[in-house]
Ligand binder design. Structure first.
Ligand SMILES: O=C(O)CCC(=O)C(=O)O
Length: 291
């Protein structure tokens, strides 16, 4: 599914974009399911186990920022990541034994879709090795106007930056002053709807407010090599192994010398990266004005 040159680019830069991994019929099905889910947000006032809401959300005017863990909400979201073409790309990048770590659907709605501040996924979930990546499934055409993922090449081989706030707690973002050069060198991951980006767990990234009149829905999956074990532990081995996508699970964690900072003490505001980051007061991206 990908060429040696694409695999080399992933290893060198820490990301690639593979076009057209989802076809029009799959996209249409996912969009229908998402529209139903968003309509369901008219029944809630606050964040729930499924919905993370934008500031300004009301029942009359539902504003959904994220569908949490979509593969547990509807099987169609599990099908996307079990697609043999997707597994073939993952196998080329991090090997044949693959475990789903997490999923989320970030809905950057037209005109107010929230930014995500600069961070490394590794700061949230360090493992025994870093053969871990995030897939970003573009459910809309993504261009410079609607808040593409911005990733800095080569940062997956660098330090793990401080993601703690002045109160000493994890806050899920890096102070923009500490990464000015990296921000200046970031590149946008753009593409047609149906394309997928693959970024390394240590790659520094963020994304801006959507100021366009088009949505930017990005379906994200964290995928780990099966022998990458979470440093914060495995509370339920059966549940852990139930997330295998291909190959064999392992009880022999592979240990490699990678920089680690534990996300402890936990963020003051829990529930999503948006909530974690809200407490930090060191934002880089402009936010929407809430009416
Ligand atoms: O939705 C985005 O643009 C950024 C996603 C991201 O980095 C995250 O949710 O961890």
């Amino acid at each position: 599914m990908i060429s040696d040159a694409q695999r080399d680019a992933y290893q060198r830069d820490g990301f690639i974009v593979v076009p057209d991994l989802l076809g029009p019929a799959q996209l249409a099905r996912l969009r229908r399911i998402i529209a139903e889910l968003v309509a369901g947000a008219a029944a809630v006032d606050t964040h729930t186990a499924v919905y993370d809401l934008e500031p300004g959300h009301t029942r009359a005017e539902p504003k959904v920022r994220r569908i949490k863990t979509p593969h547990e909400v509807h099987p169609a979201f599990y099908d996307v990541v079990r697609n043999p073409d997707v597994i073939a790309v993952l196998t080329a990048l991090i090997g044949p034994d693959l475990r789903l770590h997490s999923s989320k659907l970030n809905m950057k709605s037209a005109r107010y879709g929230s930014p995500v501040e600069w961070h490394q996924d590794w700061a949230f979930y360090p493992h025994t090795n870093d053969d871990i990546l995030a897939i970003g499934v573009m459910l809309d055409d993504v261009d410079l106007e609607n808040g593409p993922l911005l990733v800095t090449p080569g940062t997956h081989k660098g330090p793990v930056w401080n993601h703690h706030g002045e109160d000493g707690r994890f806050c899920g973002l890096t102070d923009p002053a500490d990464i000015a050069n990296e921000i200046a060198n970031a590149v946008p991951l753009t593409g047609r709807a149906g394309s997928m980006s693959f970024h390394h767990v240590r790659a520094l990234h963020g994304s801006a407010l959507n100021t366009s009149d088009r949505s930017r829905n990005l379906l994200l999956y964290g995928i780990a090599a099966a022998d990458a074990w979470p440093l914060l532990g495995v509370p339920d081995l059966d549940e852990f192994n139930s997330r295998m996508l291909s190959g064999k699970p392992s009880v022999e964690p592979r240990l490699v010398p990678v920089p680690v900072r534990l996300p402890l003490p936990p963020a003051a505001r829990q529930g999503s990266i948006y909530e974690n980051q809200a407490e930090a007061n060191r934002s880089y991206f402009k936010k929407a004005v809430v009416r």
